[in-house]
Design a protein around this ligand. Structure first.
Ligand code: MSP
Length: 645
């Protein structure tokens, strides 16, 4: 039986398009999975979406669609993105799936039965954008959110609580007994200090919104985010069901790793192990918390136009360029900055010059001096061979240890040490001089053999990161599959090389000024494109599809603001034949209720009713919009009930 490796990303909120920050987490996990698979592990990679909560309900309402439709669309978009990025995930869990809900409900009831969850009253201040509750002492001046500075609202409600305090000592002991449970060390220290201040019991249910998993024994409560979200790591494996083979295989297997951003460290380092302890599930995961990708002027923010999306980069550059930049530029334990300049320079210097050029020169020389074929000759040596060989061994060893401890940027620096050393070997041995002296032919062949063999090692070490360039390198050097494997690392394992007649560059060199400008423009366009649009229909429809829509003129009888959402208006509309419909529309930014009352509007009347932020909506007011404005379509001569076709 091979050793197993189970790796997870956080499950992402479907509140907006995913940017390169979230992409970093996903690419990092992909790289670690590929690395472990290369090392012979049976590796399994889980990612997914965290689809419940008030914020999601609000986003959907603002778009005028049901939460379930919204999350479905976002999940499809996200999966499509990961597919484009060739992410090697094995499963994609969505918290609205039945397989997940059942497990969460079971977990909740078990904790309730055991007395680890109890009913109490929650008093606090809630920040909706951050989905967080704060006590009065945590708030800023004027009761603002300590994280984002926005206004909070006061809440008092019945809530279930999870007895974190009961497990505080046990958790501290666990962290002490497992020194590599949380990395980096600085993050672990933060967690320990936080626990030592004393853990408050955690509010784990809500009655103020219903877009969540219902508590079976008290359905007026929905499970509040973290018990729902964290359980995904085991619900996806079938924990607690009759079909728990994946759970047995991977959770109970050799290595389990959760990779998260520093902002959600506490939830994973405290709530999650305590939940597992309470459930009697082994806490055998390692937690790695990475830093953030920032933009030059600070945090990524769509509203400030400071955000960059992966698909924007892919439009112009390759996948390997994106992967390399993301993994190389974020230092272990710290934050990284995405700038167009840094991106272009990394491609030019590291990928095109140092690495790509080395392959190019090597293949050209093998063709020029040996018609494309060379072989090992152990009787010949140069004075530089030993140091290249020693460095290669050192780099292999260090890369392994960096990869095993999540230090991917450092692993890449190691590999580049070998690339630089190999480039230097060309300068030292000067093949073009050796070529002038026929008696040096065996030495020249030995030099070129060393270059090819060094590139093969580099290709193997880079396989988890540069997924296309490594394959391309093997193809150009003609490396058989068995010699592309981790176990074939080591000098001298491929005895001869017959390379392709004409090398193709691995990475084209970029014009810095031109590309920086292009990237800035792409970033600008990307920011504009990404606000979730109120639906655009792209598929072709037939007349049979069209006639299914009951479009009519309606007269707005009453109109008021939605009690619970600033962007929504609630209208009652006379649609003729003595019928009225209540319609919720996301138009409050553009119209006041009095602008609509008495007006005749265009209405889709047979839309399936949905609740938008708790208010029933039985149709749709039609409006046109562009980037600047939105305009409801009014009718003047027609009467309520008149058909539109
Ligand atoms: N839904 C929760 C996670 C629940 S896991 C049981 C969540 N979702 S999120 O979509 O807001 O964030 C997902 C991940 O993206 C987090 O790890 C977060 O730290 C990471 N990042 C968000 N912005 C980031 C950067 N700018 N840079 C790097 N990672 C970033 O939190």
């Amino acid at each position: 039986m091979s050793k197993t490796y189970y790796i997870t990303t956080p499950i992402y909120y479907p509140s907006g398009k995913l940017h390169i920050g979230n992409t970093y987490t996903t690419v990092l996990c992909d790289t670690l999975k590929r690395y472990k698979a290369l090392r012979g592990f049976d590796a399994y990679y889980l990612t997914g979406m965290d689809e419940h909560g008030k914020k999601i309900e609000t986003v959907a309402a603002e778009r005028g669609i049901a939460p379930l439709d919204h999350v479905k669309e976002m999940a499809e978009q996200t999966q499509a993105l990961w597919d484009t990025l060739e992410i090697s995930y094995d499963d994609f869990i969505r918290t609205t799936e039945k397989r997940h809900k059942t497990v969460v409900q079971k977990i909740f009831e078990q904790l309730l039965d055991q007395g680890d969850i109890y009913l109490g009253t929650y008093k606090g201040y809630y920040c909706m954008p951050c989905e967080s509750f704060y006590t009065e002492t945590q708030l800023g001046e004027h009761h603002t959110c300590p994280d984002c500075g926005r206004e909070t609202s006061q809440l008092e409600e019945e809530s279930y609580f999870f007895k974190l305090s009961k497990y505080q000592k046990k958790l501290l002991q666990f962290i002490e007994d497992h020194p590599d449970f949380i990395t980096p060390e600085t993050r672990k220290n933060e967690v320990v200090a936080f626990i030592k201040q004393g853990l408050n019991d955690l509010s784990v249910s809500r009655t103020t919104f219903d877009w969540g998993i219902k508590v079976v024994s008290n359905p007026k409560h929905v499970v509040y985010v973290w018990i729902d979200a964290l359980s995904n790591y085991i619900s996806a494996l079938g924990y607690g069901t009759d079909n728990d083979q994946l759970y047995q295989q991977y959770w109970q297997g050799t290595e389990v790793v959760h990779v998260v951003g520093k902002d959600i460290l506490r939830f994973h380092a405290i709530y999650w192990p305590i939940m597992l302890m309470a459930l009697g599930v082994p806490v055998n995961f390692k937690l790695h918390a990475h830093g953030f990708y920032m933009m030059r002027d600070g945090k990524m923010s769509k509203s400030k136009g400071q955000v960059i999306y992966p698909d924007i980069i892919l439009k112009r550059y390759g996948l390997d360029e994106l992967r390399y930049f993301l993994l190389r530029e974020l230092p272990y334990g710290g934050d990284g900055v995405f700038t167009p300049e840094a991106f272009v320079e990394r491609i030019n210097f590291d990928l095109a010059n140092d690495f790509g050029n080395l392959l190019n020169r090597t293949i050209s020389m093998i063709n020029k001096y040996f018609s494309g074929s060379i072989r090992i000759d152990e009787t010949v040596q140069t004075e530089f061979d030993a140091s290249l060989n020693t460095l290669t061994e050192e780099v292999i060893k260090n890369t392994k240890s960096f990869m095993n401890t999540f230090k991917v940027s450092q692993a890449l620096q190691e590999i580049w040490r070998l690339i630089s050393r190999t480039n230097k070997y060309i300068d030292e041995t000067m093949p073009w001089v050796l070529a002038k002296d026929p008696s040096q032919k065996p030495v020249l062949e030995n030099v070129l053999y060393h270059l090819a063999e060094s590139l093969r090692q580099i290709g193997i070490l880079l396989k988890p990161v540069l997924i296309h360039a490594s394959a391309n390198l093997f193809k150009q050097l003609n490396v058989p599959e068995s010699l592309q494997e981790w176990d074939s690392l080591g000098f001298g394992n491929q005895k001869n090389y017959t390379v392709i007649p004409k090398p193709t560059p691995l990475f084209p060199r970029l014009d810095v000024a031109e590309e920086v400008k292009a990237l800035q423009e792409l970033i600008r366009q990307g920011v504009e494109e990404t606000a979730p649009q109120p639906e655009s229909t792209v598929a072709e429809v037939t007349i049979d599809d069209f006639v299914k829509l009951d479009l009519r003129i309606g007269k707005v009888l009453t109109c008021k603001h939605h009690p619970d959402a600033d962007k929504l208006l609630v209208s009652t509309v006379d649609i003729g034949q003595g019928q009225t419909k209540q319609i919720v529309s996301g138009i409050a930014k553009h119209y006041q209720p009095e602008d609509l009352i008495g007006k005749q509007v265009l209405v889709l009347t047979n839309l399936k009713p949905v609740k938008l932020r708790g208010v029933l909506s039985e149709g749709m007011l039609l409006a046109g919009s562009n980037k600047e404005t939105l305009e409801v379509l009014f009718a003047h001569k027609l009467k309520a009930g008149d058909i539109v076709k």
